[in-house]
Each structure stands twice: as C-alpha cells, then as structure tokens.
Design a protein. Structure first.
Length: 668
DNA sequence: CAGTGAGCGAGCTTCCGCTTGACTT
C-alpha cells in the first residue's frame, strides 16, 4: 500500500511526485478545505435557528466555530478520502506556516483520519529537501492550529461584527475588516492630507558655474544659504502653506531671489570646500511576493493583480518557484545557479567570494523560498521560448535573482561647497566606478546627482556664466499606487502574500477607492466610511492592531495563552461592547477648505450638505480636485465630474451596491 | 374580471487566507 502525501498546490504536488516515485501518491488539497459559512444559505439547517448562526461561531459555547466544506471543495475531499482509505499512512505536507498547520488539521477532521497521519514540512522544493522532509516527519502541532483558528475567528468577528454598523449608519452591503479597514484608513489619511494641503511658493536660485580649462563644461550649483541661514524648501512649510514656526529656514521673496541672481552673475563664486567620499550599493534581495509586485509595477507597469496572474502561469509552467512567499532566501542550489550565471555573463570578478544570504523580516512565516527561476540551472530569458508579459516578468525575476549574488556597485560622491559673499551654494555629483550588479539589474529610479563634477581646488574663484531664479510650489503628499500601498501594508505586517493583490480589489469593489492613472484615490464613500470607522472603531483601523494580534497568536502557538481567554478578552470584553456602544449614523465630514460644507450619507447616498440643503455626490469626482466653483455647481444640482474621467473610476452611485461585484447565485 | 403597476415590507449584505479552474463581463 502506498503513502498518501497531501500538499496545497497541484503544481507543487507534481514536482514532489517526481522526487518521491511510485511508492508515494502525491495529491493537492487546493488550499483550505473547510471554512466558516459565508452566507446564510451555507449554514446547515439544524443550526439556522441559533442566535450565533450568522457569525458561525458559538461565542457562548467557548467560541466554538462551525465549519463547513464549501461546495467547490466537496469533490476534492471525496477523492482524498478515498485515497486516504487505501493508504497505510498519510503525510500532511501542507505549507510550513500557521495556515498550513490549520489546513493539515482540517484534513485530519474532514478525512476522518485516525492516527495514521504525520506532519511533513519543507521550505524549498529541491530533491534533497523533500527526501529529508519525508524522513523527518513530526506530529501535528495543535497549539499552532489553535493560533490559526484564533486568527480565523478574530477576522470573522471583526468583519461580521463591524460591517452591520456600516449598513445601519451609511449604506447596505458595505464592509469593514481587520485588513481592509487598515488599508482604507491609510489611503484616506493621505487623501485628507491632500485635500487640506495649501501649497506654498518658495524660490530656488540656480547658477551655471564655469570651471577653468579648455573645453570645460559648466555645472549647476544651487543656492542653499544666505548669510549662514538655510533657504526654505518644501520640508519647511506646514500643510497650511505657512513657514513652520519652528523652522530656522529663510523663505526669500522673488525680489530677493532676483537680487541674488544679479549678485552671483556679477561676483562669481569661490570654491569653499570639496568633499569626496566613496559609496557602495548592495544588490536588492531576491523577490518576495510584495517586492515582485512593486518591481513589476515600476519596471513593467503591471498591476499587482496582473503580475500574480502572469506569475501563476510561469509557476505552473515550471519556470519559477512558488510566487506567494514572504522569504527572500535562496536555496543552496539556487545560490550556486545564480553565481554560475553571473560568472558566465560577466566573468569571475562579478561575484563576491562568499555567497550572499538573505533573511526574511521578523514577521515573516517563511514557508517557501524566494521567487526565482526554477531548477538548479537557470534558463536565460531568451532560451525559454516565452513571449510577451510572461517573458518580461521572467526576465525581471531572472535578472533580480542573479544580480542578488553579484558584487556591489562602487562609486564616488562629490559635494562642492561654493561661496559668493554671504551666499552659500552647493553642487553634488556621483561617479560610478564599478557598476557591479547594476550591469544586470537596476531599479534605482533616482536620477538626481548624476552630473559629473570637474576637478576644482579649494579657494579657486570661478565665474558664473548664468544664473536664474525659479518659483516652486510645495507639493501635496503623494498618493499611493497599488504597489506602494502593498509595500506600506507589508511593512506594517498587514495582509499576507496570498492576499496583497486582493485587498485592493476588495476596496475597489466596495467603491471605496479607484485608480486615476496608476494612483489610488479615495472616493467620497471611502472617506465617509473611513471617518466613521476612525470615530467609532479607532483600534480597528490602527495599523498596529495586526502587530498586536500576531504577538498574541505567537503566544497561543507557544502554549502561553489559551485561545478562549484571548478571544474573551478581545471580543466579549472588547469589540462586542464597542459595537454595542457605537453611534448609528454617518459622520459629518467637514471640508477644511470650504467653510460650511459637509459631506455625509443620507438614505444610502453620499451627499454634500450646505445650509441644510443636501445634494448627491458623484463617486468618480476625485475629492481633492474639488474647487469652490465645483461646490457651487454641485449645490446648484449639476453633476460635476472630472473632464478626462475614463476607465476604472466608478460611475456615479447606484442605490443597490453590487457587493463583491459577483453575480448573485440564482435559486435552483 | 384579468392584467398591470405602484407601494410596501421582508430579507440579505459582510470577514481573511489558502488554492485553481469554471464561469461571465
């Protein structure tokens, strides 16, 4: 009789089957196989009358969860059950993280396994790692399973607990949750800051300085101080457009700037000091899911959702390793393969003597290695036969992986300090001496400081060929792109590799956010929801909420904290009471730039209110583009939309929101 | 008297995380 090995992904199963041979049968669970009921129709008849049925958790009965097998998993379970019955032993080879342990336990229960099972764990899919894992099985870790269940229960209590407060206060079908609400709050804070931003004018004075010598080229220097006082730049102004009261900087007028220009042209400059220092840049680590999404967004203009679809195809085609991972670590065979490619392309000097190793961040679960070309010999991109987006993404992964094992970039950075009477100027430049890994991979979009500076001596006087003053406006805080939001969430430990792309889709489906070009803006609805949650559930929208949850779950996994005690503290003594005490009614969003104007919700619509008159607002009107004239037109009943609106922006409001956007199931 | 339509009321919505196809837009 055979040994049945159960993994999560069928592509992974196929590979492992090849390593283990015919004495083993490797099958996939396709992820989680049991879950709390999502909708009323999923609740078994015998529980439908229970008061806790909607939550799917019997809170009074010790937070007992009600698990069902979702319809699309019934066939999988039936097959696994049959195979398990024929096998002598079952190896639960789901991922080596908290969710994987949970899936393993659910498999034990759903398949009715009785003692003839063991847990098999590996962190890379190489023949060596798999053979060792089969030899070194362990029992199921029930404390870790308890941590996974606690995570699942907490998320259900947050989501299904708080969402109804939104239905009653703002509109039906709206949603809140530990992850999506933290993400929405981060977006909304930025949007509010942009709406409140008052730009300030500041002057910059630039000089074209001519060095001595034949064929010398002028270089640019910028005025940084006058009479020892630094000139004010964007950082010195507050959101109100005024110079910050504690700023020591000098904000010059246009007149002063013009005088400085004339002064520099007449007097020239003197070299006060030359500073030169060596610098080096290390290659970035191999890709994790989050960094892949960021790089694909920058380099290929590919959104996170698309990136994951293409990566999935590369993975299924055996081109790359698993694409949902939080670890940048390379296996030994991958490290060797990367170094071999670098040597083949650029010679033995292109790699450091010792291989580089990369460690994951503290909160990572490291069930997989980094995203890299598959196998122990990396195929060059043009040898793969791939085309289009698949080729582009593969090339990105290939070059990043190989570059991670190459030498540092070495360069020299020079800063010239110039003086002209009381006027201080600076010019800086960088020179690359050895490009190192950047010969293969370069994602440094920072192009400033790249001018090459001439050799000048301290004390030398140089003529100013030309000088000019320019007035600039302090920029509003930048919006998030999809990739930068994911980066921010990952840094805060919110969300997982399998959900990053999905978080944004949820916020879009709820019409909380939408794209303008490649930037996420928050709709009026999103702002009202965020304001309500901030008022009534500040703990939920705090980015630190998940950090604390993770700490508590770790204690549960370590056996230091009991699941029921934790959930009682969190829910019974905490969130459940907050929900009961929450105000039911929408918040009134005051617009700082428009006195007397308030945005709020009435009868399932977002409205603008002034002097008691309420007018519906179009959701594709980008909040920070609102002008005083726009307010007048809206109040007069005109539909105000951005002129160039097209594509992804949600159009207007519909009284019935479509929920997830999926068609409702027809009654059979 | 049968068919239509306005108006009303009841019931439902919702989470996060792990996986792929099978479905429409």
């Amino acid at each position: 009789m055979k040994t049945l090995v159960i993994v999560e992904s069928p592509a992974k199963g196929k590979k492992i089957q090849g390593y283990l041979g015919s004495a083993y049968k490797v099958k996939a669970s396709f992820g989680h196989i049991r879950d709390l009921p999502a909708k009323k129709e999923d609740i078994p008849k015998k529980y439908q009358g229970e008061a806790w049925a909607r939550l799917g958790i019997d809170v009074q009965g010790g937070f007992q969860p009600l698990y069902i097998i979702p319809a699309d998993k019934k066939a999988v379970i039936a097959e696994l059950k049959k195979l398990a019955g024929e096998a002598d032993e079952v190896l639960l080879a789901t991922d080596g993280d908290r969710e994987g342990e949970g899936i393993a336990w659910h498999l034990v229960r759903a398949l009715g396994l009785k003692g003839n099972f063991k847990r098999m764990v590996f962190h890379e899919i190489t023949e060596d790692a798999i053979r060792k894992a089969v030899q070194n099985t362990r029992p199921l870790d029930y404390a870790l399973v308890g941590a996974q269940e606690s995570r699942r229960i907490l998320d259900r209590l947050c989501g299904y607990g708080v969402s109804p407060a939104l239905w009653q206060s703002i509109g039906s079908g709206l949603s809140a949750g530990r992850v999506q609400s933290a993400a929405l709050a981060a977006l909304a804070r930025r949007e509010r800051a942009r709406m409140d931003h008052v730009p300030a004018d500041y002057w910059r004075v630039l000089a074209q300085v001519m060095p001595e010598g034949e064929g010398a080229e002028p270089f640019t220097a910028v005025v940084v101080s006058i009479k020892g006082q630094g000139l004010a730049g964007p950082k010195d102004f507050g959101a109100d457009g005024q110079l910050k009261s504690d700023s020591p900087a000098l904000a010059i007028t246009g007149e002063q700037a013009a005088r400085t220009v004339a002064f520099l042209k007449a007097k020239g400059v003197k070299v006060a000091k030359v500073e030169t220092s060596a610098y080096s840049t290390k290659p970035p680590a191999p890709f994790t899911t989050s960094t892949l999404q960021q790089a694909a967004s920058r380099a290929l203009k590919m959104g996170p959702k698309r990136t994951m679809e293409v990566a999935q195809r590369l993975y299924e085609g055996g081109r790359i390793t698993y694409m949902r991972t939080d670890s940048p670590a390379l296996s030994e065979e991958a490290t060797e393969a990367a170094r071999a490619v670098a040597v083949g392309l650029f010679g033995a000097g292109s790699i450091p003597a010792a291989p580089r190793t990369f460690a994951a961040k503290g909160n990572a679960q490291e069930a997989h290695e980094a995203i890299r070309p598959a196998g122990k010999d990396f195929k060059a991109p043009d040898q793969t036969g791939l085309a289009g987006e698949e080729l582009s993404l593969y090339r990105l992964i290939f070059t990043r992986t190989v570059a991670s094992q190459m030498t540092d970039l070495q360069g020299s950075k020079t800063t010239l300090h110039l003086k002209s009477g009381g006027v201080g100027l600076q010019s800086s430049g960088r020179v690359v001496l050895d490009p190192g890994f950047t010969r293969l991979y370069n994602d440094d979009t920072d192009k400033k400081d790249e001018q090459q500076l001439p050799n000048v001596a301290e004390g030398q006087a140089l003529p100013v060929q030309d000088a000019r003053a320019e007035v600039k406006k302090t920029p509003a805080p930048g919006r998030f792109t999809e990739a930068s939001l994911i980066k921010a969430l990952e840094n805060a430990g919110v969300g997982r590799p399998s959900t990053y792309a999905n978080i944004i889709e949820v916020l879009k489906n709820r019409q909380y956010t939408a794209l303008v070009k490649d930037q996420l803006y928050v709709t009026w609805l999103g702002l009202v929801v965020a304001a309500y949650l901030q008022d009534q559930f500040p703990a939920l929208v705090d980015l630190a909420f998940t950090v604390k949850m993770e700490r508590d779950l770790d204690r549960i996994a370590a056996g230091e904290l009991q699941r029921e005690a934790y959930l009682t503290e969190f829910w019974t003594n905490g969130l459940a009471q907050t929900i009961r005490a929450a105000r039911h009614g929408p918040p009134a969003l005051a617009l700082n730039k428009f006195a007397g104007v308030v945005v709020t919700a009435r009868q399932e619509q977002i409205v603008m209110v002034r002097d008691g008159k309420a007018v519906p607002l179009a959701l594709d009107l980008v909040p920070d583009t609102l002008t005083p004239e726009g307010v007048e037109r809206i109040m007069a009943g005109e539909t105000v939309r951005p002129r160039a609106s097209r594509g992804a922006a949600p159009s207007g409001q519909s009284k019935k929101r479509k929920g997830t956007g999926k068609p409702r199931k027809k009654a059979s």
